[in-house]
Ligand binder design. Structure first.
Ligand code: HEC
Ligand code: HEC
Length: 346
């Protein structure tokens, strides 16, 4: 039987052409597949808001008013002063437990200006070290500070979660404040040393908590629950926090391994490490020229900023620098970076 050659010849030319193309097509398909895999790894998609970084106080049930504030005066062990609860809730006079521990506050910092400029020192504390629900202002460069006030004023800097009272109060303040007041506040806070009050603890289980004071209030007696992929941050002593004691310490529970992962990401971010955090935020991330220090900040406040840059809620004169950084950042990258950066010495 010599029909081998015959059958070969019998194959239509088009079919033979197709056969010869099979390896090429395969090659093209493999390249496409590789592209798809690479694209899937590196996407600039925005994941859902990480709720744990934006804890929101529950509204009192309808028809029920908030409980009356406790009466009498309050003290803290490290101060001879005392304040009443209304004094501790007055957004136009910052409770100052240790007046000798910082330079004299400009009026805008200690009292603000009625009706809308709230006292900066009330939320950010007279020491400028702030609390996790707002931001640390101590040591911020004056030019950066002024830029942020302008961005908050003109609405280009917002929160990804609309309607949270801390940001709304800040925004109303920025809208009403004048340029001299901004400069006085900026110079005051720039002169203060940044400090860290947070302890990052890696764990699997966390004490149960509820949301109060825009943070997590842990209840050691209520049992435990799995932490999952979250950072839960709250005061170690809730009563001390409510008294606005600037010495209040915070605990931030973070998933196991997040600090080491965050360190690795911080040091290698970008295709050729060109976006590693220290290239702009300076050695130890303590700030460089007009780029703010982020070392030792409250991790949930870092997380909100990273997510707000990514979602586009936070814009400003220099925000395009951070837009490059967060473009391909996932929520879990942000979580690890926040946990790590919070452990650094300011
Ligand atoms: C009611 C509490 C509150 C008061 C009062 C307040 N702030 Fe703020 N401030 C915030 C919060 C919350 C943020 C974080 C906003 C955000 O990112 O969503 C913030 C952020 C800032 C920032 C940006 C810091 C950074 O590095 O991102 C600056 C600057 C600032 N405040 C300045 C001031 C000044 C100046 C005053 C007084 C005139 C003031 N704040 C009064 C709550 C407050
Ligand atoms: C190319 C320079 C550059 C790099 C790289 C960079 N940053 Fe930034 N970062 C900035 C600038 C500039 C700002 C201030 C943006 C503005 O004015 O709105 C900023 C702001 C921030 C803020 C907000 C601080 C505040 O006070 O609210 C955080 C958090 C932050 N960066 C984290 C990081 C982390 C984490 C990395 C590394 C993964 C990083 N940055 C890498 C330039 C950079």
């Amino acid at each position: 039987m010599q029909n081998y050659g015959k059958s070969r010849l019998a194959k239509p030319v088009s079919k033979r052409l197709l056969d010869s193309m099979v390896p090429t097509v395969n090659r093209i398909l493999s390249v496409l597949l590789l592209c798809l895999i690479l694209c899937a790894c590196k996407q600039s998609v925005l994941e859902p808001v990480p709720d744990w970084a934006y804890p929101t106080n529950p509204a009192p049930p309808p028809g029920q008013k908030a409980p009356a504030p406790p009466q009498g005066t309050f003290q803290i062990p490290t101060s001879k002063l005392s304040f009443t609860r209304p004094e501790l809730s007055n957004l136009f006079a910052a409770p100052d437990w240790h007046p000798a521990s910082h330079p004299a506050m400009p009026v805008v910092v200690s009292h603000g200006r009625l009706p809308e400029v709230r006292a900066c020192g009330y939320c950010h504390l007279p020491t400028g070290n702030g609390r996790p629900e707002n931001a640390r202002l101590a040591g911020l460069p004056v030019a950066y500070f002024v830029d942020q006030m302008k961005a908050l004023r003109d609405g280009s800097r917002k929160s990804s979660v609309e309607g949270r009272a801390p940001t709304i109060n800040m925004t109303k303040t920025a809208v009403a404040i004048n340029d001299e007041e901004i400069l006085a506040a900026a110079k005051y806070f720039a002169s203060l040393p940044p400090e860290s009050y947070v302890r990052v603890v890696e764990t699997v289980m966390v004490p149960k908590s509820k949301i109060a004071g825009w943070l997590f209030k842990f209840d050691a007696k209520a049992g435990e629950e799995p932490l999952g992929q979250r950072i839960l941050e709250g005061p170690e002593d809730f009563d001390q926090f409510e008294l606005r004691d600037p010495g209040t310490k915070y605990i931030a529970y973070a998933p196991q391994g997040s600090i080491a992962l965050g360190k690795k990401l911080a040091e290698t971010w970008g295709d050729n490490k060109e976006l590693e955090c220290s290239s702009c935020h300076g050695p130890g991330l303590k700030g460089k020229e007009n780029v703010p220090s982020i070392a030792g900040r409250a991790p949930t406040s870092i997380m909100r900023q990273l997510y707000d840059f990514k979602s586009g809620a936070r814009r400003g004169a220099k925000s395009s620098e951070m837009d490059k950084v967060v473009k391909y950042m996932t929520n879990s990258d942000m979580l690890a970076l926040s946990a790590y950066v919070a452990t650094l010495k300011p």
